[in-house]
Design a protein. Structure first.
Length: 314
């Protein structure tokens, strides 16, 4: 995402990273960090004390890249891989063997990495549907804003959306939000069979009432303005604890979610830390347009998730 925001505008990301200062770094397998940004982010995340990266990529290519951009690999562990496909498989294998607590996408395609993650026998699947969340630092919004799903589930079914909601809610809990407010987005705030996403939004809210979705307040359907602007909600007579104060925006499909996230990024100077949920471990999903700061924030999210899960188990 754009790296042109004035200094100090993205305090939400700085706060995320600051919360990791007193936590031990986690072991993170980085699949094919073979461009400057992904390699630099891996090294800087180690320098910040967030992660102990294990770089899975062709060793000679990494060394040449580091030399070209005056980056020091130092004592960073490197696992030699023949190509990007092999790097994805080896990185997933490191997680399965317990040698890594999280996974990070480097410069390979998202599909390559998720193909290995979703393999039935050698992947990282759980009983939960895999989904993606952007944790967005929007300068003119009063808190971090989660947008889901913008990268994995193209046309999610109602059952898929249950997992998409629960994944995002569990992430919010891991980041210290005890009762997140979830806005189920559509084009309008009334229920009509002419717009199926409004019917699904109403169903998700009823499912939350019946305990099929846990740990959050849900409301929907809500149009985007009603979800994030209290005045817009009041103007339409919407009485809701979620409207105007949403923590999580659940998009009706990938196209809508992707557009929301990119509009916020490119027109509102927001930054978007990406994470994939529903697998055995958090998966940091970066974009080629991400700044180093955004990549560090994504790593910080993974660190907080790993430690929150460990604390619950303990």
């Amino acid at each position: 995402m754009p790296d042109h925001a004035p200094e100090g505008r993205h305090r939400k990301y700085a706060d995320l990273i600051e919360r990791c200062r007193n936590l031990p770094p986690i072991a993170m397998a980085v699949a094919h960090p073979c461009d400057e940004l992904s390699l630099r982010a891996s090294i800087e995340a180690a320098e910040e004390g967030l992660v102990r990266p294990v770089l899975v990529a062709p060793r000679r290519r990494l060394e040449a890249l580091a030399a070209e951009h005056d980056l020091s690999l130092g004592d960073v562990e490197v696992v030699d891989a023949p190509h990007s496909h092999g790097a994805a498989a080896l990185a997933v294998g490191l997680v399965r063997s317990g040698k890594a607590e999280a996974l990070m996408k480097g410069s390979l395609h998202t599909d390559e990495l998720l193909h290995e993650v979703t393999q039935a026998e050698r992947g990282l699947r759980t009983g939960r549907r895999i989904s993606q969340v952007f944790i967005m630092d929007v300068p003119n919004y009063h808190k971090a804003l989660f947008v889901t799903d913008c990268a994995v589930n193209i046309f999610p079914t109602l059952d898929d959306k249950v997992d998409i909601c629960q994944n995002a809610i569990d992430l919010a809990h891991d980041l210290g939000i005890a009762l997140p407010k979830v806005a189920i987005l559509s084009a309008i705030e009334t229920v009509t069979s002419k717009i199926p996403s409004t019917v699904e939004a109403a169903a998700l809210c009823k499912m939350a009432e019946r305990g099929q979705i846990r740990g959050a307040l849900l409301d929907g359907p809500l149009a985007m303005d009603n979800a994030i602007d209290a005045e817009a909600a009041r103007a339409k007579g919407i009485v809701s604890t979620v409207a105007g104060d949403a923590d999580i925006l659940v998009a009706p499909d990938l196209e809508a979610g992707n557009m929301v996230a990119k509009l916020l990024s490119f027109l509102a100077n927001a930054e978007a830390a990406g994470i994939v949920l529903g697998a055995r471990v958090p998966i940091v999903l970066t974009s080629r347009a991400d700044s180093v700061r955004t990549r560090l924030a994504s790593c910080a999210v993974a660190v907080l998730m790993v430690h929150a899960r460990a604390s619950r188990k303990a």
